[in-house]
Write a protein that binds this ligand. Structure first.
Ligand SMILES: CC(C)(COP(=O)(O)OP(=O)(O)OC[C@H]1O[C@@H](n2cnc3c(N)ncnc32)[C@H](O)[C@@H]1OP(=O)(O)O)[C@@H](O)C(=O)NCCC(=O)NCCS
Length: 180
């Protein structure tokens, strides 16, 4: 996977996560969870230790139906994207992903490069024919990013999230992956 030149002369590497990234990924994931209210998780809810995370990353590395990408800047993990397909015959063509970038790096294009690499991986692999995601209806930067990469809104689920005593709707968005 190539490197990318971002604004402020930052050099971004997008690569598959390695088992040795486990500790940093857990820390960054928790930080991302605390920097917005747009994730399903709040800090501390990821109930995995470093060894368990490392095993999951190793499993993802060898699986053809999973992809765990990290965005790295000067050796620091700045964001991540995790995709997993269904496990059954009738669901293994489709999967869902989650994405997050550290707040200090928002709007530099990192989310876009992570997403572009997921789509390229799915297109090259042949097995994945549909990429799905869920997003808060008021998460405008994320919706903009997904639409820019071809995703469309397929449905609206009411009361998908409950935050500070309020229910929040979520959109189901999707992108078809067909042979070119
Ligand atoms: C959503 C997220 C991953 C995007 O990452 P990112 O690195 O900032 O993404 P990019 O810089 O590639 O793209 C962001 C786009 O949103 C646009 N944007 C920013 N604020 C916006 C707003 N209020 N309304 C519409 N678009 C907006 C930016 O201009 C940019 O679009 P452009 O490339 O056309 O200029 C990041 O904001 C994040 O981690 N948020 C917290 C967690 C989260 O929401 N995860 C997704 C849950 S579904």
């Amino acid at each position: 996977m190539p490197d990318y030149l971002l604004p402020q002369k930052l050099v971004l590497t997008v690569r598959e996560a390695q088992p040795e990234d486990a500790e940093q990924i857990l820390l960054v994931s928790d930080q991302i969870a605390g920097e917005s209210e747009n994730t399903t998780r709040v800090p501390g809810e990821l109930d995995l230790n470093v060894e368990q995370e490392s095993e999951l990353l190793q499993a993802s590395l060898v699986a053809s139906d999973q992809l765990y990408l990290v965005a790295e800047i000067s050796g620091e993990i700045a964001g991540n994207l995790s995709f997993r397909a269904g496990k059954r015959q009738r669901t293994r063509h489709a999967g869902e992903f989650g994405i997050g970038v550290l707040k200090k790096y928002w709007n530099l294009g990192i989310g876009g490069y992570l997403l572009a690499n997921l789509i390229a991986w799915a297109r090259a692999g042949g097995q994945i024919r549909k990429i799905n995601l869920q997003v808060r209806v008021d998460n405008l930067p994320a919706i903009h990013l997904y639409e820019k990469h071809g995703f469309t809104i397929e449905g609206r689920e009411t009361r998908g999230l409950y935050v500070h005593g309020e229910f929040i709707d979520i959109y189901a968005m999707g992108l078809t992956i067909d042979p070119e």
